[in-house]
Design a protein. Structure first.
Length: 265
């Protein structure tokens, strides 16, 4: 009598391999079993469900919610495409982050110059942290500049956006203080080997000088304050000649009390 062959039965049925998720990661075997064994949660019904959804939608319509949603969409697009950001996209992303900060309490944050100083100090620190120092050659070459470029751009946008906030709030004296403070931090940025790579520094000087000149067109300081600002502006002239129109405007406001010549070279 021929022996009967019984097929062996597997103790656990192994499911088919799952497709990749949005994050391009395969689900683990334990996650699949856990999802099959977990009881399905019933969907909410009635008025409470509609009220909860409406309430969540109303919360998402706040200023911070809109900007955070846009940032999440941009980050998801970056993860899906795996392509580097262009200069315009990077500027929009940095401005979105600054607008999130401004949407909290723009007048309080902008009036507190200590907060703005900490913001500039943090961005300058990020610039130097991004520069690789374990190199045999120069750490101011094109490779290091590409590493620090996003942080340099964030520094420039921060100077521009916070200065515009102070101008909109018509805090003219705070604009002058912010200009001189950001001018000093701009002078402490790294000097690159290629002259074209120092363009962001020149642009920062031009933006700050434009803010200061706009403030001086609406602001007439007292004599003691005017002399102090004039002395500090002439000190800032050592780093860039972009501040010369501000010096001339302040001298005109003070009635040309200071007869010392301004070097425009």
């Amino acid at each position: 009598m021929a022996a009967l062959c019984h097929p062996r039965r597997a103790l656990v049925e192994i499911p088919a391999p799952q497709p990749k998720t949005a994050a391009r990661m395969r689900r683990s075997y334990l996650e699949i079993l856990g999802a099959r064994l977990a009881p399905s949660s019933p969907l909410p019904r009635g008025r409470h469900a509609t009220s909860n959804t409406r309430r969540s939608q109303s919360l998402d319509l706040s200023i911070g919610g809109m900007w955070s949603g846009r940032l999440e969409e941009q980050c998801e697009k970056m993860d899906e495409q795996h392509t580097p950001l262009s200069q315009q996209q990077l500027v929009q992303l940095i401005r979105s982050l600054i607008l999130v900060e401004q949407s909290q309490e723009p007048r309080i944050l902008a009036a507190d110059l200590k907060y703005l100083q900490e913001d500039l100090q943090l961005k300058k620190t990020n610039i130097y942290r991004s520069i690789p120092y374990s190199r045999f050659g120069s750490n101011r070459d094109a490779h290091c500049y590409r590493k620090a470029y996003p942080h340099l751009l964030a520094f420039k946008v921060s100077c521009q956006e916070w200065g515009q906030v102070l101008l909109r709030n018509e805090e003219w004296d705070a604009v002058m203080e912010h200009t001189l403070m950001a001018w000093r931090y701009t002078s402490e940025l790294p000097q690159w080997d290629t002259a074209n790579h120092n363009a962001l520094r020149v642009q920062c000087y031009g933006i700050l000088a434009a803010h200061s000149l706009t403030a001086l067109q609406h602001y007439k300081p007292e004599s003691s304050r005017g002399r102090e600002l004039l002395r500090r502006l002439k000190t800032a002239q050592v780093h860039s000649q972009s501040i010369v129109p501000c010096i001339q405007e302040l001298q005109r406001i003070m009635g040309c009390a200071d007869d010392s010549p301004v070097d425009t070279k």
